[in-house]
Design a binder for this molecule. Structure first.
Ligand code: C5P
Length: 403
């Protein structure tokens, strides 16, 4: 993609703070942002912080003569490849749908011939109000793009559609739009309501004797975050987890296991499901025999440890007669990430593979860089917290199979 520029119109809503992260995410992939902050927007974030992140002058007032002299509202939109209204409040949508032009934001929206991506954020009743829905239809008919809103908790204490999409999702949509993908069905509600999702998480523990075992460094953080993100989108989640120091998300059907064989049994028992996501770091081998008593240390001989292969849970579920329609694996690699992930996708009969580089401190750490590998595409996602990576993956699943 040659150098791209986005004009961000930051409206007055509680979610305005998320636009700051959006600016950073876009900057990371080389997309420049020019920002307009509306009067109401200034009540939520300061032009100073917006300017510090975008590295550019921030525009706030239509009637500033110097602004108009240096860069008028027409020029502002002319130099952008895409306009993003974030948050798109009910007021901004209404103004834009009805052709109002009484401030810099609405004037720019009226004067532009560029594509506009709206990121709605408002109270559920405001979103569902016939006036807003009519404005939405009007804008859509004129070719406007939308991402979100999603269903979830809102700052006003209510629950429902109206919550603004996460910055990672918005950034993805911007990147895809700039890359020429205009088939974004971003208005499709990103909900997993009525879907049953089975997730494995954490390590497995393979006993040598009653006090010793083979295991690995998996913390379970990514799998648990994913369970939470799917629950937040309304899914019914079964979480099969090896031993970790985390509290299972509220609302998950939680099944604690120790060994790979237990994990496989619990997963098979949970079928049928709509989606299977294998996040667990399953031990590849287990001791061939397990002592029923603690093996005594002796000076003469170190006890031999013969290992046998554990079942491959992902591969088994992906070849199961009750195979879920969407099977997702994780490919943690330290090198050759993409070729290995692509080979694993095929070998394990998965639909999607999440490749990630674990050469750093991903295992046990708080951040992750995911690459979504499917049979026909590769999507590089930004480095982000495991929670946000989980939200991005849950949203991608919802877009794929959601209601
Ligand atoms: O082959 P590898 O262990 O790298 O594959 C990783 C993927 O397979 C992960 O999704 C992991 O949860 C899954 N897996 C599994 N059962 C195993 C080994 C890996 O489900 N025995």
């Amino acid at each position: 993609m040659s150098e791209k520029r986005v004009l961000l119109i930051i409206g007055g809503g509680v979610a305005a703070y998320k636009s700051l992260l959006l600016i950073r995410l876009l900057a990371k992939v080389g997309i420049k942002t020019t920002c307009i902050v509306t009067k109401a927007g200034e009540e939520f974030i300061t032009p100073l912080s917006v300017g510090a992140l975008s590295g550019e002058r921030v525009f706030t007032d239509l009637f500033s003569l110097s602004d108009e002299a240096e860069m008028g509202h027409i020029e502002l939109s002319r130099s952008a490849d895409l306009i993003v209204v974030v948050p798109a409040t009910a007021d901004l949508m209404a103004k834009s749908a009805n052709g109002f032009a009484n401030d810099l934001a609405s004037t720019t929206l009226l004067a532009t011939d560029k594509r506009v991506l709206y990121v709605p954020s408002m109270n559920v009743r405001m979103w569902e109000h016939p006036a807003t829905q009519k404005n939405l239809q009007t804008l859509k008919q004129r070719g406007a793009l939308f991402v979100g809103p999603v269903e979830g908790d809102m700052a006003c204490g209510e629950f429902g559609f109206g919550r603004m999409s996460e910055p990672e999702t918005i950034a993805d949509t911007v990147i895809n739009t700039l890359a020429g993908d205009t088939h974004i069905d971003a208005l499709k509600p990103q909900s997993l309501k009525g879907k049953h999702i089975l997730i494995t998480a954490g390590p497995t523990r393979e006993p040598i004797d009653p006090v010793r075992y083979l295991s690995n460094n998996s913390s379970g953080k990514q799998g648990y975050a994913l369970a939470q993100a799917c629950i937040d989108l309304g899914a019914n989640v079964s979480l099969v987890s090896g031993p970790v120091a985390l509290t299972p998300p509220k609302g998950a059907h939680f099944i604690a296991v120790q060994t790979a064989r237990d994990m496989l049994g619990a997963c098979e028992a949970a079928l049928p499901v709509d989606v299977f996501i294998a996040v667990a770091a399953v031990a590849d081998w287990r001791p061939k025999t397990t002592g029923s008593k603690k093996i005594k240390k002796s000076k003469q001989a170190i006890p031999p440890l013969t290992l046998v292969e554990n079942p491959d849970i992902l591969k088994t579920i992906a070849h199961h007669k009750k195979r879920p329609p969407l099977v997702i694996g994780f490919a943690a690699e330290t090198h050759n990430i993409l070729p290995y992930a692509q080979a694993k996708l095929k070998r394990k009969n998965c639909d999607w593979m999440i490749a990630n580089d674990v050469s750093g401190d991903v295992m046990g750490g708080d951040e992750n860089t995911m690459i979504l590998v499917t049979k026909d595409k590769i999507e590089h996602w930004t480095t982000q917290t495991k929670q946000n990576a989980a939200k991005q993956l849950a949203t991608a699943i919802a877009k794929h199979i959601g209601t």
